[in-house]
Design a protein around this ligand. Structure first.
Ligand SMILES: NC(=O)c1ccc[n+]([C@@H]2O[C@H](COP(=O)([O-])OP(=O)(O)OC[C@H]3O[C@@H](n4cnc5c(N)ncnc54)[C@H](OP(=O)(O)O)[C@@H]3O)[C@@H](O)[C@H]2O)c1
Length: 376
């Protein structure tokens, strides 16, 4: 082999080695780029997970800014987005919508505070002390586990006595029942004293749910903060609001306080179905509770005689009152019909053995006139 030929072969080998090196380098860089892309996308997924967590925390009533570095505004926009998309109930991971699902078998709903609440209870507005005592006692005996009273009804002692009678006779234990009372507006200036006074009158060492009775922009934030403190002190388990009729008014209170209201109690019945407020509450996992569920004293016959309601009642072999109450539960409203009648109390609880069809629910929805019976 000549020297020239040997050199040519040597160069060819060098060229091939160089080419191999280039291919290896190219493959190495490709691998690194691939790994880099993978790492970036994994980080993105982790961010998404963290965002979902934030939404859950919002629904859980935990303060937003304690859980994340994201600005609170962003978190709120994100949860609102779900509602704007029109599919709030179809988000499988959304605690806000899940938190409002009523379990019609157990007759309960899980509040955003983490406590379970019965969805049908006994109301005590306009009942004297002794009437309240009897009504609460009959209700607990018949299976009710939710009681609604208020300091302004002047019957908290009677309610407490009715509870004690039922406990003494072995129908229930304290832990099995859920007691709601309300702080009256005159007491907003000293909420802590109002809470202690209600505990005292009820004869209880904790209240399951306390709500502010009415919106009062000049003093309700202070009153709500007193309830927040009482939650921390173990005197109250859940807290909420009553008589906030616009999203703006509800948000005013929410934005100035820490614990998301577990519940809003507003006048709600077939002629005033509270559609706008219920939609607004979904982002917070706050449930709607209906006062005047049957229209209120003096108005009930108007609803009972409504042709749609009485027609559905006849079809099911039920009373109009039972159809209205069943509609509340299927529509996602906690109902607390008031009664001083032993027979009515029993009748109102017999609504777990039938179901309104989708078509009947639609006919009930169509009755909404956005018309309240009360003027306050
Ligand atoms: N947050 C607020 O501002 C607010 C305001 C009002 C009420 N609430 C709460 O919500 C609860 C419910 O409201 P409400 O009691 O005023 O009104 P409601 O429950 O709509 O109606 C009560 C009326 O319905 C009658 N009734 C009950 N069951 C019946 C049945 N099966 N058949 C025929 N009549 C029946 C009662 O009469 P009988 O006694 O004869 O059964 C009473 O006259 C109150 O008790 C109170 O706890 C809250």
């Amino acid at each position: 082999m000549t020297v020239v030929k040997k050199k040519r072969i040597g160069k060819e080998i060098e060229r091939r080695i160089l080419k191999t090196k280039r291919i290896s380098l190219f493959l190495l860089i490709s691998c690194m780029l691939f790994l880099l892309c993978f790492a970036v996308s994994a980080c993105g997924r982790a961010d998404d997970d963290r965002t979902n967590h934030v939404v859950e925390n919002t629904a859980d009533g935990v303060q937003n800014d304690s859980q994340t570095n994201e600005p609170e505004e962003n978190v709120k926009n994100e949860t609102v987005q779900e509602v704007d998309d029109g599919i709030p109930n179809e988000q499988p991971n959304s605690e806000a919508s899940e938190g409002q699902l009523f379990d019609l078998e157990s007759g309960t709903v899980m509040l955003n505070s983490g406590y379970e609440m019965p969805i049908l209870g006994i109301g005590t507005f306009r009942l004297s002390q002794s009437e309240a005592e009897d009504s609460v006692y009959w209700a607990l005996r018949d299976g009710y586990r939710l009681i609604d009273t208020a300091r302004i009804y002047g019957n908290e002692e009677g309610v407490g006595r009715g509870i004690q009678r039922a406990i003494d006779e072995g129908f229930v234990t304290r832990e099995e029942i859920f007691v709601t009372t309300k702080m009256w507006t005159d007491d907003y200036g000293d909420g802590a004293a109002a809470i202690d006074a209600s505990l005292d009158r009820l004869g209880l060492d904790y209240i399951d749910l306390m709500i502010l009775h009415h919106s009062a922009p000049e003093s309700d934030v202070e009153a709500y903060q007193a309830m927040e403190q009482a939650v921390e002190d173990g005197k109250l388990r859940s807290i909420g609001l009553s008589n906030y009729y616009t999203p703006e008014d509800f948000d005013r209170l929410v934005n100035a306080t820490s614990i998301t209201p577990a519940l809003l109690q507003n006048e709600t019945h077939p002629y005033h179905q509270s559609v706008e407020m219920k939609e607004h509450l979904q982002q917070y996992g706050t449930v709607m509770e209906s006062w005047f569920p049957l229209g209120g004293r003096g108005n009930t016959q108007t609803l009972f005689d409504d042709e749609t309601i009485s027609g559905i009642a006849t079809d099911h072999g039920k009373t109009s009152a039972q159809v209205i109450l069943r509609w509340h539960l299927q529509a996602g409203n906690i109902a607390i019909p008031g009664s001083s009648s032993e027979a009515h109390i029993q009748e109102n609880y017999e609504i777990f053995d039938f179901e309104l069809t989708d078509e009947e629910m639609e006919r009930m929805s169509a009755l909404d006139r956005n018309e309240r019976f009360a003027s306050y």
